[in-house]
Design a protein around this ligand. Structure first.
Ligand code: NAD
Length: 301
């Protein structure tokens, strides 16, 4: 990656499966990154890559021009910025907040309003593209907030992603994200069913997957994220469903979609069924495994 001439001071909070590689890409681009995660192991991984690690979120943001967060869910974002830790009140004047976590649109709007009350720009910028996209710097960003704040953020987003969409005002990025993830949750179950059906009939899963990938059933799971172990070398399925996108995170996103559907009186029957299936899978003890492990619900034991 080319070194960045316009170096910025960035605080990066949340260094998990996604945040870790995203922070590393900003560091590699030459930015001055101060990173923090509650998990010491996550901090150690980034420290080993040469990224600056702060002792706390408050220390990380002390001199930050831009604060980026990549946390699990709404409650973590709310607690960090607005709750006990009250980080928003501690940000330097003029700092830009970019929250990349997938959270409810309502929480994103609440954060944006609180930031505006302090005179700070704030964007919701959830991502798609999985851990592979985070590592390669090819994520898709779905951004909610002002066009002017997005232009401030764009040079940084371009170091982490390949596609940047302005979805609309505050919260709109999150709404786009839950629509996308509802579709992803549904299609992963559908893909799993189709592969399991073929395998139950004695078909070679690699051959069947390739046939469907190049036919009218082709989709992202067949392209990049085959749910059956051994079909695709780099997919989480072939690594014991470790890393990737946790079942419980998918369950959270499908819950957000259903809450939203209830609020706007939208009909999302398959989204509702998918939420129930991931919930059953999580209850069976698989919440921490990558969401493609949902194939176990339909696979022959
Ligand atoms: P993760 O669980 O791997 O990482 C989250 C990290 O946040 C953890 O390391 C945790 O310790 C840290 N954290 C929690 N509270 C914190 C706090 N107050 N301060 C600092 N660190 C804190 O999750 P992930 O897979 O990286 O996902 C992060 C977000 O991105 C989620 O909202 C998820 O829905 C979304 N997302 C994930 C993927 C994926 O493929 N994993 C893809 C797109 C979007």
């Amino acid at each position: 990656m080319e070194p960045e001439t316009n170096t910025m001071r960035i605080a990066f909070l949340g260094l998990g499966n996604m945040g870790g590689p995203m922070a590393l890409n900003l560091h590699k681009a030459g930015h001055a990154v101060q990173a923090f995660d509650l998990s010491a192991a996550a901090c150690d991984r980034l420290r080993a890559d040469g990224v600056g690690i702060a002792a706390s979120a408050a220390e990380a943001v002390q001199k930050a021009e831009v604060v980026i967060s990549m946390l699990p869910a709404s409650q973590h974002v709310e607690a960090l910025y607005l709750g006990g830790q009250g980080l928003l009140a501690q940000l330097p004047a003029g700092a830009l907040v970019i929250d990349c976590s997938t959270i409810s649109a309502a929480t994103a709007r609440k954060l944006a309003e609180a930031a505006a009350a302090r005179g700070l720009d704030c964007l919701d910028a959830p991502v798609s593209g999985g851990t592979g996209g985070a590592i390669a710097g090819t994520l898709t960003f779905m951004v909610g907030g002002s066009a002017q704040a997005l232009e401030r953020a764009r040079p940084l987003l371009e170091k982490m992603g390949a596609n940047i969409f302005h979805a609309g005002d505050a919260g709109a990025g999150q709404t786009a994200k839950i629509c996308n993830n509802m579709l992803l949750g549904i299609l992963m179950i559908g893909t799993s069913e189709a592969i399991a059906l073929g395998v139950a009939n004695g078909l070679d899963p690699k051959v069947l997957s390739e046939i469907m990938r190049r036919s009218s059933g082709g989709n992202w799971a067949l392209e990049k994220y085959n749910p059956l172990p051994g079909v695709m070398e780099n997919a989480p399925a072939s690594k014991g469903y470790a890393g990737g996108f946790g079942t419980d995170l998918m369950l959270k996103d499908l819950g957000l979609a259903q809450e939203n559907a209830t609020a706007v009186r939208a009909a999302t029957p398959l989204g509702g069924l998918a939420r129930s299936l991931y919930a059953a899978h999580s209850l069976a003890g698989h919440g921490a495994l990558d969401f493609s492990s949902v194939i176990r619900l339909v696979q022959k034991a």
